[in-house]
Design a protein around this ligand. Structure first.
Ligand SMILES: [Zn+2]
Length: 367
């Protein structure tokens, strides 16, 4: 590893230390969360060499754990969240780490201390890391066009009941709080309607799609697709006092809901729904979970712009409420962490533990 590579890997390590400090300044993690993080060249390692759009990173819960909810439905919980709940922490389906994250080294990153202003072509790695880890904590939805037929459903899974196994649609815990803003309909009631469709697990994929398209449930899924590509149709509700199945007022949408990203058309798996609405939040404290990076802006600049540097930090007031609804213990007060990087800083921040692998491969022309 060259001297430059070593310096870059050190800067990356410091970014993870800072990200951990910001997250644990917001959340009181009662049980350890381990993050498996890798920093490498997506082009060299994965052949992902797109020049139009560069994938900066991706993170997901390492495992989703099925858990019966208060309403009797089984939903899938990200393992990081599952471990914070008051449930037995040993689960047969539990994996080694809570969050798996990868970050692309094929990008000109800006690091704290680098010259300002940051160029439009650079991105602040700290912003990207906190964004991705928030997905890993549970900011992730199951509604998707799984069959590529312009119809949205939750994920298909099997539930086994001793001797019988039944396939059905399963929600993530995030989905439980999503409502249609125009009608106040909770998506979970739409899942119930879709689950009237009997999934026959012995059918081939194509036969299953055909039978779904012929079913009375198909128009429901098509209508959900329409909602998924229409601006400001869905929101994450964090006030349980709002009556369901009643259209929300503008006031309620502003105060009690995080409006989700539904303006991308066609539907973009892993961008649509699973982010906050760009137009609504780009100039607010809740910018962090927008689907795309704001060109030329550092995390600090976005926080100053949204007025949240001292009040909530990167995780804005609505995101804090959302994480609380999911089941995290959100700290009442936010104290901006002192980012004091020394060469022997640890990659552990309270109960947030990083295992970071930094691979900077360079091709050597040896023939
Ligand atoms: Zn994202």
């Amino acid at each position: 590893m060259s001297h430059d590579d070593k310096a870059l890997c050190n800067k990356v390590k410091n970014v993870f230390i800072a990200a951990g400090q910001f997250i644990t300044a917001t959340l009181n993690l009662k049980s350890p969360i381990t993050v498996d993080a890798q920093f490498f060249d997506f082009c060299i390692q994965n052949g992902d060499c797109g020049t139009e759009t560069v994938i900066l990173g991706a993170a997901k819960p390492s495992r989703m754990i099925p858990h019966p909810d208060a309403d009797g439905k089984i939903r899938l919980y990200p393992q990081a969240l599952y471990k914070q709940l008051n449930v037995p922490t040993v689960h047969p389906e539990m994996g080694q780490s809570e969050i798996t994250a990868i970050f692309n080294s094929r990008m000109n990153y800006w690091f704290n201390g680098d010259p300002m202003p940051m160029s439009e072509r650079q991105v602040d790695l700290l912003y990207v890391v906190i964004h991705e880890l928030t997905h890993g904590l549970g900011f992730t939805n199951s509604w998707n066009d799984y069959f590529n037929i312009q119809a949205l459903t939750p994920a298909v899974g099997n539930i086994s009941n001793g001797s019988t196994t039944q396939a059905q649609f399963f929600e993530f815990i995030f989905d439980k709080s999503i409502i249609l803003l125009q009608s106040g309909t909770p998506l979970t009631s739409i899942t119930d309607q879709l689950n009237q469709f009997q999934i026959n697990p012995t059918l081939s994929d194509q036969d299953l799609i055909n039978s779904f398209q012929a079913s009375p449930q198909f128009p429901i899924a098509q209508n959900m697709y329409k909602n998924g590509v229409t601006h400001s149709t869905m929101g994450f509700l964090f006030n349980s006092d709002i009556p369901l199945n009643t259209p929300l007022s503008q006031d309620q949408i502003q105060n009690d809901v995080l409006v989700l990203e539904t303006s991308l058309n066609p539907f973009q798996p892993s961008s649509s729904i699973g982010h906050v609405d760009f137009d609504t939040y780009v100039n607010t404290a809740d910018f962090l979970m927008m689907f795309t990076y704001p060109p030329g802006k550092t995390l600090d600049q976005m926080m100053s712009n949204g007025g949240s540097a001292k009040t909530t930090g990167p995780m804005g007031p609505k995101l804090r409420q959302l994480l609380g609804v999911l089941g995290y213990d959100v700290k009442k007060d936010y104290t901006p962490p002192t980012i004091n990087i020394t060469s022997n800083s640890s990659l552990t921040s309270f109960n947030l533990v990083f295992s970071l692998i930094c691979i900077l491969l360079t091709f050597i022309n040896w023939y």
